[in-house]
Design a protein around this ligand. Sequence first.
Ligand SMILES: [Zn+2]
Ligand SMILES: [Zn+2]
Length: 249
Amino acid sequence: MANWSFFADWHTHTCYSDGKGSIAANARAGQVRSLQQVAITDHAPASLGVGLKQPEVTLQQMRTEIEAWNKTEVTPQLLLGAETNIISQQGDLDLPKRLLKDLDVVIASLHPLVKPLTLKDGVSMLLPNLVQRYTPLRSRKLRNINTKAMVEAVYRYPIDFVAHPGLWIDIDTLELANACVRRGTALEINCRHTDILAGYVQAAMPTGVDFVISSDAHEPSLVGDLDAGLELARRLQLPLERIRNLMKG
Ligand SMILES: [Zn+2]
Ligand SMILES: [Zn+2]
């Protein structure tokens, strides 16, 4: 059997949002795991209580720290990214395109606990998702709203991958995956939630969509901790060449 190894972890958090470590601490952790790249992808502004404040200024500050590390030419190379939030039914993200274009990695997530673009988006999409998370109720209407918001985001923005699709959010995975194939966007296998996400990976597989396995580390020791995702991919017989941060040998 061919040997596969991860060269990158493109989804990690630091104390710029709700992570516990610094950018340099994530970098050192990536070095311990022999990664070539680590992306710093803190929560964008709409995440309640934890999102980047004054993103224009903060992202610049983060870029300066990242460049200082990269100048040392010690691996891993650091990338600057953000975990953006889908904040409206039309797929609006909580960072403007002019800031997104300066990022190396753009992740999009549909989290229920975020500040919506309008009151209507809060009432028709985010709040019902929050309620659904804690009840067995399912509504076709909400599923359609969620799917449309994610698909619109994929078409409107340069998104590298959609984080944990389907995590506590009811969506039509096939429809999202088809949009991702058309746009060259990948779907994430999030190592913090491999137990819940198997069904979504399975549903997306027949479309031929690519995947990214990430740690979503909120503390440095978990940066590059990607084995659970690989185990899931193997169990579901996902062809490993479709995982973008994995390489042969
Ligand atoms: Zn997330
Ligand atoms: Zn995250």
